[in-house]
Write a protein that binds this ligand. Structure first.
Ligand code: NZQ
Ligand code: ZN
Length: 395
């Protein structure tokens, strides 16, 4: 293993921590652009409490409401314009991954010369990453993406129907105020999609990383087992704060870089899913749930022992030495049954997605990311035909 790791985001974690938002934000600015989604934070009172805490700390606000799930670049540009015209010196993201991602890119777009879509990889020869952003404070209201403590953001360009990723040092939030109580209002379906998303963040590195990462394997397995134990409790009773807390902590840990450190992994299932949600506007975690088991069956042919280890350590399926493939497949089947048991779709058909655009999704995915041979990075790297094969078996 060779790596450098630094995550500069401070975490303020625990029930009731929303009341500290004002004092945290005040360390970074006096006028906050408060970024929100389609209204949930106003309906459940989170927005009003956040603004109360900000104003008690002497922080003024300007607002950018209406960030859509699967946030659009046009919304990012609107938010950056507001931040500039209102003279904001800090950005507060109050919402799920979509709001947090949009807020991060708004914070960078304030200083970015040219079209901010050029930050996102989409095959352009002159891509330019952002090197400066307003300080961002994240307040996640949904446990899923881990965006609150990472340097990534995922944005959709509605003109080209491409969804792509930017990751840059300046996008790390300064602080994440993580109050699990804010997630009690998340509906059952979104709760389940979040659980699938967080598990997929660690399965990606578990299955696509290098060999010889035993400690990282245990971290990943710990995240998966915790999510599988506490996730169903959060679904059974949305007001179970202990369950909400464990799921939220797991989602943060799953993608703040720690589990992936040293694994040199890729995110093929994510990249494929992004192309589908760009076209169909489905929830990211639901798309992952439909694709991941099929991808696992495809990839297990290449690395059966690894998938057998997953089956053994996650589902206690005994290893029997020579039968890795059978054990691997049993583990994948059990994983798929778990996803269905929490209400996640396990086929694209359940989301009314048919075979019409399979080649298009593959092409879009490879336009966003490919290796020197034009394949999607992962273990194994995937050609367009491989992507279509996996998607066909997800139908
Ligand atoms: O828009 P509002 O009204 O807030 O409603 C949202 C939205 O309808 C609702 N919601 C959020 N918190 C709630 C709530 N409803 C009731 N009570 C609450 N407390 O949930 C719906 C989904 O929200 P969204 O933010 O879209 O979900 P999620 O957190 O799953 O984020 C998904 C986005 O993040 C990207 C995805 O691609 C997708 O665009 N990702 C970002 C990553 C990152 N930055 O690291 C990594 C991920 O792999 C992912 O790709
Ligand atoms: Zn994800």
């Amino acid at each position: 293993m060779h790596f450098e790791y630094q995550n500069p985001t401070r975490i303020v974690f625990g029930t009731g921590t929303l009341s500290k938002l004002g004092e945290v934000v005040r360390e970074y600015g006096r006028k906050a652009l408060v970024v929100t989604g389609s209204g949930s934070v106003k309906q459940n009172g989170t927005f009003q409490r956040a603004v109360g805490s900000l104003s008690a700390a002497g922080v003024q606000i300007a607002e950018c409401a209406g960030v859509e799930p699967n946030p659009r670049i046009s919304t990012v540009i609107r938010g950056a314009d507001t931040a500039r015209s209102e003279g904001c010196d800090v950005v507060v993201a109050l919402g799920g991954g979509s709001v947090m991602d949009a807020a991060k890119v708004m914070a960078a777009a304030v200083f970015y010369e040219g079209d901010p879509w050029n930050m996102m990889a989409h095959g352009q020869p002159d891509r330019r990453l952002p090197d400066r952003a307003l300080p961002v404070i994240t307040v996640p209201t949904l446990a899923a993406t881990g965006s609150e403590m990472n340097s990534g953001a995922v944005i959709t360009d509605e003109k080209s129907t491409l969804k792509s990723v930017v990751s840059a040092k300046c996008l790390y939030p300064k602080a994440a105020v993580v109050d699990p109580e804010l997630t009690v209002s998340v509906p059952i379906d979104q709760t389940a999609y979040g659980i699938c998303d967080l598990i997929t963040h660690v399965t990606e590195s578990y299955f696509n990383g290098i060999d010889g990462t035993p400690l990282q394997d245990r971290f990943a397995e710990g995240v998966i087992l915790t999510a599988m134990e506490w996730g169903p409790k959060a679904i059974a009773d949305g007001n179970d704060l202990q369950a909400r807390e464990q799921v939220q902590w797991a989602s943060l840990v799953a993608l703040n870089g720690w589990v992936q450190t040293g694994t040199a992994s890729a995110f093929p299932v994510h990249m494929i899913e992004h192309s589908i949600s760009a076209h169909h506007d489905i929830a990211h975690g639901a798309g992952l749930s439909a694709i991941n088991p099929s991808w696992m069956r495809f990839a297990a042919r290449n690395r059966p022992a690894r998938f057998a280890q997953f089956a053994n350590r996650i589902f206690s399926i005994p290893l029997n030495g020579t039968e890795d493939t059978a054990v691997a497949m049993e583990g994948i089947n059990r994983f798929e049954v778990f996803l269905a048991s929490i209400g996640c779709p396990t086929s694209l058909g359940e989301m009314k997605i048919g075979e019409g655009l399979l080649e298009q999704y593959a092409q879009d995915t490879l336009q966003v990311v490919h290796d020197a041979e034009g394949r999607l990075p992962g273990r194994p790297p995937m050609s367009a035909a491989n992507i279509v094969e996996v998607l066909r078996s997800s139908l």
